[in-house]
Ligand binder design. Structure first.
Ligand SMILES: Cc1cc2nc3c(=O)[nH]c(=O)nc-3n(C[C@H](O)[C@H](O)[C@H](O)COP(=O)(O)OP(=O)(O)OC[C@H]3O[C@@H](n4cnc5c(N)ncnc54)[C@H](O)[C@@H]3O)c2cc1C
Length: 413
């Protein structure tokens, strides 16, 4: 059981404000709920955000029967608030992972993350949905956590792991991208997408392959034994299956023993569409080696999405009350970083955010709950972790070991 039970809340006020994605999210018709009763399936998935959607796509691709349940409309919880930078760079620098887990583990985790962005690209190409997937380079700016010499060390490790990249000095960063910082790492292989439409694309594929989506349906009871799993909903449904995938997002049920996870608050804004000349080359994803950090990306319409200002705050009222002030701060930081940009705010939003103390996700078997698998891709690259979760859980459920199962174990200290 989590020792900090306050961070394990089963029904959270996850977000408020108006994420820019709601403006042009493609419609998603949730199928009508079947009559109350009992259903039997192979895979029960709780949560129809991007994580549940990756899992549903994966298991239906393997020919498994899937039932997905969500207490909200699909893709409208944390996934709608996401700024959807699809980064393989993890919140924990490789230097930190190497110091804690050794080089081979750090390299394996980073390479897995690189592979996950590639896998998302393949899905976007294969499934034919429109999710504004676009490859983007990423710029990791020097800051108070890693200075230019640390970034050079970080690059040395990444290159040793087979991940190519380059260090830009302050002068090179200014002349190539126009940003005034002491230096940066530049890598290829990250991407950006529309998070609601990405989820729609994945869920749509699962539904076409026969998955059942029950929404709204609040799961109140979980029963997992070596014979099978069963969940019950508030309105009296029962779904029996072979395995259970917990993709509840930040609403972590108390039986998941996550000691390393905590809830914070974060804020984001989107500008009006920019004149092309005001934007930086290749619309690189930008983030910084600072604590807390700000980050930015460009949408398909040429808007800058700018976020950060995270605070250790898990009171939704206080979080929401800070929205205007936080957005003014973000606006100021945007103007400082991109002086040519029009920092007019067209959309602003805030939400809870979950992170782990070691920067790694919680993915894998839930102890004491046979056949139950957690898919909690916490952290700044939660969507990349969600893609990894689908892959890992498919292997673990098939009885195959996964190289990351100890590093991502939900009961790690
Ligand atoms: C402001 C912000 C910016 C972010 N930026 C990025 C980014 O740039 N890149 C990135 O990779 N990640 C980012 N993230 C993180 C990323 O958005 C999340 O990791 C991801 O959206 C989580 O998806 P999910 O499906 O796990 O959770 P959700 O989208 O929250 O879905 C979980 C679903 O489970 C349902 N549920 C929970 N409990 C129950 C229950 N008992 N019964 C039925 N249903 C239940 C909920 O209703 C919900 O719909 C950001 C997050 C925020 C808030």
């Amino acid at each position: 059981m989590n020792e900090d039970a306050d961070d394990q809340v089963t029904e959270l006020d996850l977000r408020s404000g108006h994420p820019i994605w709601e403006r042009d999210a493609l419609p998603f018709a949730t199928p009508p709920l079947p009559p109350i009763g009992r259903l039997r399936t192979d895979v029960v998935i709780v949560g129809a955000g991007v994580t549940g959607a990756f899992a549903a796509e994966r298991f239906t691709r393997e020919g498994r029967e899937v039932v997905i349940l969500d207490r909200h409309l699909p893709r409208t919880a944390s996934t709608a608030a996401s700024t959807a930078l699809l980064q393989w760079e993890i919140d924990a620098p490789m230097l930190e992972l190497e110091a804690r887990l050794g080089f081979e583990a750090a390299a394996s985790i980073y390479r897995r993350s690189v592979g996950a962005v590639r896998a998302i690209a393949h899905l976007a190409a294969d499934l034919g949905g429109t999710c504004d997937f676009a490859w983007r380079p990423s710029l990791f700016l020097a800051g108070d956590v890693l200075d230019p010499s640390d970034l050079r060390e970080e690059l040395r490790l990444r290159m040793r792991a087979g991940i190519e990249g380059e260090f830009l000095s302050a002068g090179e960063l200014q002349s190539r991208f126009g940003f005034e910082r002491e230096g940066a790492l530049l890598h290829a292989g990250s991407a950006a997408a529309h998070p609601m439409n990405l989820t729609r694309m994945l869920l749509g594929a699962a539904l076409r392959r026969g998955a059942t989506l029950l929404s709204p349906a609040l799961v109140t009871d979980y029963d997992c034994t070596s014979q099978g799993v069963s969940v019950r909903t508030e309105d009296g449904r029962q779904i029996d299956g072979e395995i259970l995938v917990m993709a509840n997002g930040y609403e972590l049920p108390p039986f998941v023993p996550a000691k390393v996870h905590k809830i914070t608050s974060t804020w984001a804004m989107a500008t009006t569409p920019q004149a092309p000349a005001a934007l930086w080359p290749e619309h690189a994803l930008v983030w910084e080696a600072s604590e807390p950090y700000v980050y930015m990306r460009v949408t398909a319409q040429g808007r800058i999405v700018f976020g950060g200002e995270d605070e250790d705050l898990r009171d939704a009222e206080r979080r929401d009350a800070l929205l205007d002030a936080k957005v003014r701060t973000l606006q100021g930081k945007l103007s400082e970083l991109v002086p040519a940009a029009d920092a007019t705010v067209d959309a602003a939003w805030t939400g809870f955010f979950s992170e782990t103390s070691d920067g790694l996700p919680l993915i894998g078997a839930v102890p004491g709950m046979p056949r139950c698998f957690a898919a909690f891709g916490y952290g700044g690259n939660g969507i990349t972790f969600s893609a990894i979760a689908a892959d890992m859980i498919a292997r673990l459920a098939a009885g195959q070991p996964d190289p990351a199962q100890d590093w991502f174990a939900v009961d790690r200290d």
